[in-house]
Design a protein around this ligand. Structure first.
Ligand SMILES: [Zn+2]
Ligand SMILES: [Zn+2]
Length: 143
């Protein structure tokens, strides 16, 4: 099992001036991609993954990642609300890859902020339980 270097994170985006945009980040990429809205479409975002450290101990794995992003205040005209440094509905989705032994095939699953934990995920090929998530990912703002 391994952490995949792609993260989805909700951010308030000063470029398209919309709050709570899903922003796609890839470890090693120079910038992220904001989902924008129907008017702008997706566009490059001033955000990137600056640290991606995972520790594994016996059958447990923990990921700590740091995302740097540029934020400037603006007003979301569609929702009529001001932007905030951390969105009102902070949300992150992390992805993991694994190998199913029979037959050997790779699969992925994700863990995210909202759904209840603990949570058990099953293999997409053979339906065997493959992972038990104890905690939902947490987001911390550092300024
Ligand atoms: Zn945007
Ligand atoms: Zn399987």
């Amino acid at each position: 099992m391994h952490w995949k270097g792609d993260i989805n994170l909700s951010l308030d985006c000063f470029i398209c001036r919309r709050t709570g945009r899903t922003t796609r980040l890839t470890h090693g990429a120079e910038h992220g991609t904001c989902s924008g809205d129907s008017r702008t479409g997706q566009h490059p975002a001033a955000a990137r993954i600056s640290a991606f450290d995972h520790t594994s101990e016996r059958e447990r794995t923990i990921l700590r990642t740091i995302v740097d992003y540029w934020w400037a205040p603006f007003h979301d005209a569609d929702r009529n609300q001001p932007s905030v440094t951390l969105t009102r509905t902070p949300w992150v989705q992390l992805h993991l890859g694994y190998l199913c032994p029979e037959p050997v095939r790779s699969g992925t699953f994700s863990t995210q902020t909202n759904p209840r934990h603990p949570q058990t995920d099953t293999c997409e090929h053979c339906a065997a339980p493959i992972v038990h998530s104890h905690y939902a990912p947490r987001i911390q703002l550092q300024t």
